[in-house]
Design a protein around this ligand. Structure first.
Ligand code: IMP
Length: 431
């Protein structure tokens, strides 16, 4: 199975970074296919914590080549800062190891300004975006007015950046936001182009050759299934294809590349969401504080990109079943199981009750109408034993195994591995 796709099965922040890190040990390529620096992937290696927004976390393994695919929107400033941080930590980010698709789109300060202005105009119905310019950059892409990495190779790149800022200023004016001075943006982007040019490549053809040669390509999804532009909780979604199918368009792979692919769904042992939108199993009060953590630990439920506290709740089995179908999941990786240790009774949402009292085991119109449903829970016993040191399935407390088996049963997808702590090796493989 040369193509392995790792996808978030919830609203993002499932802990994909560390699962990618685990699988990248056996891969040749680690490729991101969607989104931009709205993502935040945390990997802990030997006490060192890497927070990555653009570079695929798989690149931390010295034998892996990292790819930023055509489905991405790339803020060159963030990328260069991240490359510098990795370089300072002894991780090779030379063009030999890090390649960017010529067809990926650029995010500029004008996109970020527009993101802020559009959110402000939405007022109380704001989406709660990360403010990274993601929506406006994809809007430009769809409108065929975007700037691509390939533009950085053109002799008139600086003029193109100037024209882009001028166009964005006209829009900013409509929102009553101040215009940007094009000159400093043009200068900055001219400098970014010089530094990024050697990394620009035809990554789609490179990945196709690698797959043909039987090399393992790890496609790393950012955000999660429920934030997918088409299939998520629209309009409270991001602007890209976060699902497994997005790996094909976002990396430029043919359909046959997906035949027999391993599609691993990463699911947190409870549910979280950052930003606005419906969340049927959301909890508040003491339990919410318990699940979220204080914010002192890097793994606590505060956004890696924005620092915002995440909303938390019980695991939603209906949404997980939906994610399993939509992505064609072949296995699950359950993360943060250790956080549930010490909770006496665990609740799992197994169905919904519609407003008129009808029970719903599936979603009639996808997750868009979620706000109308009440969760129906099944209660399961919790466990008290610390599980951070456990490495074998059989050694997990019976109640923990019972909880995991019920999750697998609810969505019909077997569990492949479970993370029981933040460190790289704190993983239980089911085998
Ligand atoms: P945008 O992607 O910045 O446009 O934000 C759209 C929605 O997706 C907001 O609710 C964000 O909070 C959410 N979002 C974007 N990226 C992530 C992520 O990496 N993890 C979790 N939520 C995200």
């Amino acid at each position: 199975m040369p193509l392995q796709i790792i996808v978030g099965a919830q609203w993002g922040d499932e802990g994909k970074g560390r699962i990618v890190d685990w699988f990248a040990a056996g891969a040749r390529y680690a490729a991101r296919y969607n989104g931009g620096d709205n993502a935040g992937h945390t990997v802990t290696v030997g006490g060192r914590i890497f927070k990555l927004h653009l570079v695929p976390p798989g690149l931390i393994h010295p034998h892996v080549i990292g790819v930023l695919g055509n489905g991405m929107v790339v803020n060159p400033q963030t990328l260069l800062e991240e490359m510098q941080m990795l370089d300072e930590n002894g991780i090779d980010v030379s063009p030999r190891r890090l390649r960017i698709s010529f067809a990926a789109h650029l995010i500029t300060p004008a996109h970020k300004a527009l993101d802020r202005a559009i959110e402000a105009a939405r007022g109380r119905s704001e989406i709660g975006t990360t403010g990274r310019g993601i929506g406006p950059a994809y809007t430009d892409k769809a409108a065929r007015t975007g700037l691509r990495l390939a533009d950085m190779l053109a002799p008139d790149f600086v003029e193109r950046v100037g024209a882009h800022v001028a166009a964005a200023n006209r829009l900013l004016g409509l929102y009553g936001a101040p215009p940007l001075d094009p000159m400093p943006v043009c200068e900055q982007f001219s400098g970014y182009a010089e530094r990024l040019k050697p990394h620009i490549a035809d990554t789609a053809s490179e990945l196709a050759s690698a797959l043909q040669a039987g090399e393992i390509v790890l496609a790393e999804g950012a955000q999660g299934t429920l934030l997918d532009l088409d299939h998520g909780t629209y309009p409270f979604v991001t602007s890209s294809s976060t699902t497994a199918a997005g790996a094909l368009t976002g990396l430029g792979l043919g359909l046959t590349a997906a035949a027999g692919a391993r599609v691993l769904g990463v699911v947190k042992a409870f549910q979280t969401r950052v930003g606005a939108g419906p969340f049927p199993t959301e909890v508040s009060g003491e339990l919410a504080e318990r699940l979220r953590g204080s914010g002192k630990n890097p793994w606590d439920e505060f956004g890696t990109t924005t620092g915002r506290p995440r909303r938390v709740g019980w695991l939603d089995g209906v949404l997980l079943r939906y994610a399993a179908r939509l992505n064609g999941l072949t296995e699950l990786a359950v993360t943060k199981l250790d956080i549930l240790t010490g909770i006496e009774t665990l609740r799992l949402c197994v169905a919904y009750r519609a407003a008129e009292g009808r029970r719903l085991d599936d979603l009639p119109f996808g997750p868009a109408d979620l706000g109308d449903y009440q969760p129906l829970y099944e209660d399961l016993p919790g466990w008290d034993e610390p599980i951070g040191g456990i490495r074998r399935w059989a050694d997990l407390p019976a109640a923990a195994r019972g909880y995991l088996e019920r999750i697998a049963g609810l969505c019909g997808v077997p569990i492949g591995l479970v993370s029981v702590g933040p460190e790289r090796e704190q993983v239980v493989e089911k085998g």
